[in-house]
Design a protein around this ligand. Structure first.
Ligand code: HEM
Length: 464
């Protein structure tokens, strides 16, 4: 595909309307103060596209489904992951599926794809349900004692255990506190440097940089030792790592080198647990505000699987539960913004985009666009019934106004995995527990690589 994919270049088109900003630093201050507020304010101008600038960097903000379709599908080869954010993410994750480009990415995606086929997910469903069951047994004790838990942290630990088991058939949950700690350091640092106005600041021997490099080394070492252990044993464990090790590119017959394995494994660990943990954390937070929806989820779980552990087949029946997760990801998309960079000049919706310009899609804002969503601030899982979605399509390419997993060729490879995991875990927890937010606690989003609940979700549990 690579060589034959053509880029449609065009230099015609008018300039997009400009976001008002400071003569020197443009919109940088607004973005640094409150990036979500900035995007919401920009969206309220009701333009398909706006031009903004962050110091000398020119960006286009996209608020229109056709414009987004153009970038993610129609002229996708013209857009690559070229922002400073991705450059930093490469430091964190290496050159794996999330950050690689071109033929190399295409080959890796081809090799990785079969690992996410339905047949394989069936086995993973058992692992997910068992891990949730183990956690909920511990939660029963906490509920009895009236202990306060941070639901966000709990979800992070649970999804990390599942990532470890499905990727490596290894329960890294014992080490996961450390791994989670290092990952937090990595992500926080990433967020800091990605938005830092001084380029290359990450190369200075500052204490924060040293802490980051130390955390990164530790995480890579943990991942590396998992790979080495498998190489020694040479067995097919049926997990993602075995898939990656055994897979050969059907076109060239090549296998992944150790470095590629490390980067892909590390990418899967990073991309696969933090996102799902946040989707679940926000869902549980929404349940503290919407106990009726929680009860409906619980009743669905009673009906579909009752006292036994849920399976892949049950997943298909948990339709209301799935809608709650979808609605949760509308309001709090774990990947809150996606950026791309134009290789060559282009025209989007009649507006000129110069080569090197970044284009931004802010899921957090677009998922709340009143043009496409009625009463967007309201929590309404019914938006995702097949009938409601059919009705919504009349408003245009609305699937580009709801893209928690992105769209086009770089869409999340783990979308089905993530939905399966989130739905199974959530339905099991809803069947057993009710959640009370700590009195006075205010839960606000924080924009790291993912959208996290700032200061967690402090809550107590009650047995249902
Ligand atoms: C609710 C959970 C998840 C959400 C919201 C999510 C979202 C996304 C998004 C928006 C992208 C595109 C990123 C970009 O363009 O830079 C992406 C890519 C990716 N995700 Fe996910 N993801 C989730 C779970 C997972 C899981 C469970 C896995 C693996 C087990 C995974 C692995 C990946 C990989 C490897 C890519 C890069 C794909 C490529 O470019 O070929 N994700 N994800």
């Amino acid at each position: 595909m690579a060589a034959t994919q053509s880029i449609h270049t065009s230099t015609r088109g008018v300039e997009a309307p400009l976001m008002r900003g400071h003569w020197l630093w443009g919109n940088l201050k607004d973005v640094r103060e409150d990036v979500l507020g900035f995007f919401l304010k920009a969206m309220a101008q009701d333009e398909a596209m706006l031009k903004a600038s962050f110091l000398s960097i020119n960006v286009h903000l996209l608020f229109d489904p056709d414009a987004i379709h153009h970038v993610f599908v129609k002229n996708a080869p013209n857009y690559y992951k070229g922002t400073r954010g991705y450059e930093k993410l490469r430091h964190l994750l290496g050159n794996g599926l999330v950050t690689s480009e071109g033929d190399f990415w295409r080959r890796q995606r081809r090799i990785a794809q079969p690992a996410f086929h339905k047949k394989r997910l069936e086995g993973f469903a058992t692992t997910m349900a068992q891990a949730a069951e183990d956690m909920s047994l511990q939660w029963e004790e906490s509920a009895k004692k009236g202990e306060e838990l941070d639901l966000a942290q709990e979800m992070m630990r649970l999804t990390l255990r599942i990532a470890g088991e499905t990727l490596f058939s290894t329960d890294i949950s014992k080490a996961s506190d450390d791994f989670g700690k290092y990952l937090s350091i990595g992500l926080e640092h990433f967020n800091h440097i990605a938005s830092h106005p001084v380029p290359k600041v990450e190369y200075l021997p500052l204490p924060s940089n040293l802490r980051f490099w130390h955390a990164l080394r530790k995480m890579k070492k943990m991942t590396w030792s998992l790979i080495q252990e498998r190489r020694k044993r040479g067995e097919d464990r049926g997990d993602l790592l075995s898939m990656f090790m055994l897979a050969r590119d059907e076109e060239t017959g090549e296998q992944m080198s150790d470095q590629q394995l490390l980067d892909e494994a590390f990418t899967m660990l990073g991309a696969g647990h933090e996102t799902t943990a946040n989707a679940l954390a926000w869902t549980l937070y929404l349940m503290t505000q919407n106990p009726d929806a929680l009860e409906k989820v619980a009743q669905e779980a009673d009906r579909v699987f009752g006292d036994r552990l849920p399976t892949m087949d049950d997943f298909k029946e948990l339709t209301y539960t799935k809608r709650v997760i979808q609605e949760s990801m509308r309001l709090f998309p774990p990947v809150w913004a996606i950026a791309k960079t134009a290789r060559e000049d282009d025209v989007i919706n009649g507006y000129h985009v110069s080569a090197g310009t970044h284009v931004y899609v802010c899921n957090y804002a677009n998922h709340r666009n009143p043009r496409y969503w009625d009463n967007p601030e309201e929590f309404r899982p019914e938006r995702f019934t097949p009938e409601a979605l059919e009705e919504q399509k009349k408003r245009g390419r609305t699937n580009f106004m709801y893209m928690p997993f992105s769209q086009g060729q770089r869409k999340c490879i783990g979308d089905h995995f993530a939905m399966l995991e989130a739905v199974l875990i959530f339905s099991m927890l809803a069947r057993k527990f009710q959640f009370q937010l700590k009195p006075g606690a205010v839960v606000k989003p924080e924009t790291t690589v993912t959208l996290r609940p700032k200061d967690g979700i402090p809550a107590t549990l009650r047995l249902r």
